[in-house]
Design a protein around this ligand. Sequence first.
Ligand code: ZN
Length: 487
Amino acid sequence: MKVFIACLGTETNTFSNMPTGEATFAETMLHRGDGSRHGDDLFAVPLAVWRRATEALQGQVVESLAAFAQPAGITVRHVYEGFRDEILDDLRAALPVDLVLFSLHGAMVADGYDDCEGDLLSRAREIAGPDAVIGAELDLHCSLTATMLASADVLVTFKEYPHIDARERAVEVFDLCLGAHRGEIRPTMASFDTRMVSMWRTPSEPAAGLVRHMQALEDEDGVLSVSLAHGFPWGDVADVSARVLVVTDGDGERAARLAADFGRRVWELREQTHPTGLSIDGALDRAVAAPAGPVVLADMGDNAGVGAPSDSTFVLHRVLDRGIGDVLTGLYWDPVAVRFCQEAGEGAQLDLRIGGKVGPDSGDPVDLKVTVRRIVADARQSFGGSRAAMGDSVWVSAEGGLDIVLNSIRVQTFHPDAFSQLGLDPTAKRIVVVKSTQHFHAGFAPMAAEILYIAGPGAMPMDFANIDYRKFTAPFWPRVEDPFAGS
Ligand SMILES: [Zn+2]
């Protein structure tokens, strides 16, 4: 058995002005032929799983590119085409192959390609032929398209947000594709469009119940896999809304019925699962009034993980204007400020312009007199089982017990060790403001007296009804009360 594996992806925020080019891939993840040996990167995890599983069966692995970029704006056309063609050339050279397995995100947009995954999968199908089994593992923040469904035999998304189940889903993709190759099963997919644009935080009810519901369905005879593709609200393409995907063994009608049934369950819970957030001042009021700290505030509007600049100053300005003390905040992606701090050295005092540099979503810069407390080169923070690169990182402090962490590689705040490795003690602060939507939760929840979500301005406005879509024209909730009316 010959198994071809590759990874290509990013999550494209089509509203962002930051281009996604080769340097962003190189900085995030770019391996040629050995991505499976770097299996601690979230999107390389499937490659490692698939290599081990194939080798355990005495099969042959042909491994191509593993490329993933920190989310930003639209991918540069020749960069996408170059990576895609590299994968397809490798596939052509490997023929004949039995399985073709891809680790993809599902919300990658390149200049000229609104559906990069559909483009890649359909070309791979043309090359590999109808008898090869093609499977892909997707982030749940994917836009599931008809082209993707028509081109692959098996598609499976993560079930959990934070994404803690990449390994289990990779095993699932492998087992289903292997079963299909051996003729033991006939994976048959159907999807259902919930016509919702929302987010589901799966550690909390009732979203956690939806995950259990999917797992219970998978225990039924003949049901091979159930996914809820949440969609990516800040990628303006034709298929933004959340979709249910069901894979049965040879029964398309049942797959469609189960997808619709579960989709209706998701719909019924829409008000309860829809993410809420506080205004900046509302969150600060509550944090200041809290009996104990640290109160962790998530600045959802500036999450690098969904293509935000991670240098916005909207919260910082309010902290300063209101004179709130004993605050720690990060990570501010500001290579220029980092450079000035490195030049000045630890212990130096300087006038520093912080943040507000990338574009309108960044707000106005903050000018502060700071002391450079600590500089760490090539810092890394914990994220699941991996160590995510932060680049050169600097702790600066200002009057009133304000501590700020600046860094040179754009990344969200995943874990308290983003701060503690610089000598800071986040557990001793009254208020900790992190730039993240949900991935911070796993690391910060154990130390937080309370967690509050801020739906402030920035690159990912949480007012889903009013996102300025141009290409996504279908009716959706919450923009309309009943997007199914008349259909
Ligand atoms: Zn995701």
